[in-house]
Design a protein around this ligand. Structure first.
Ligand code: ZN
Length: 69
């Protein structure tokens, strides 16, 4: 079972994306952020957004593919 908590990504939010497939959980989390934290997302730079996606991947136990740890 894969779990990502929105709160672990720095949002004051209790949403959790849960599922057995990594890709689905990752997408669910990103969809949630785009819907519920749109304002925060708009304030973020591309770097911040990449970092956020990277953090989701890391929390799910894999690299996002950018090569950084
Ligand atoms: Zn959230």
């Amino acid at each position: 079972m894969k779990i990502v908590k929105c709160g672990d990504l720095g949002f004051k939010c209790s949403f959790m994306a849960v599922g057995s497939e990594l890709e689905k959980v990752e997408k669910e989390m990103l969809d949630h952020i785009e819907e519920e934290h749109k304002d925060d997302l708009e304030k973020m730079s591309e770097d911040d957004i990449h970092h956020l996606k990277h953090r989701i991947s890391t929390l799910l136990g894999r690299s996002c593919g950018c090569g950084a740890l």
